[in-house]
Design a protein. Sequence first.
Length: 167
Amino acid sequence: MKTLTRYILLITLAVTLTSAAVHKYYVAVFQLEYVPGKKVVQMTSRIFIDDLDAALGKKYGKKLYLCSDKEVAGAEGYIKQYLLEKISIKLNGSAKTITFLGRETEDDILICYYTVPAETAVKSIQISNTVLFEAYPEQQNIIHTKVNGEKKSLMLTNGSPGGTTDF
């Protein structure tokens, strides 16, 4: 009887630990920093490669194999188009064009670089960011902003895909 009890306890523990390991968090981080000398806001995004690959596959109907030896030709164009479609920025209430500069990988993260023109001093940043929301309803996009040394953050979700930081 003790052996059966131990066996059941061991199976219960194994199932519990396995189910905990399966749970995945869906988070991407975006950093925006105002550089007054260059009259731009520099933006960086950090997105899990497998999450972005799944979202792009769902949107464009093809597997892109991002950041692997099998990456499809033209994958960067799909990345750029998708991200610029999903992110919009207003500085001081004025809509701005985001320029995608490029990308690199770090482990299982895709890091993308962008610039946003900022002709005048930045007093507010309004951002809408729905990256990965269609693929993962529980996705959270964390936005860190830095203007003149002052740091502020936003957490954007499917229910609240936009926000504003004032400086």
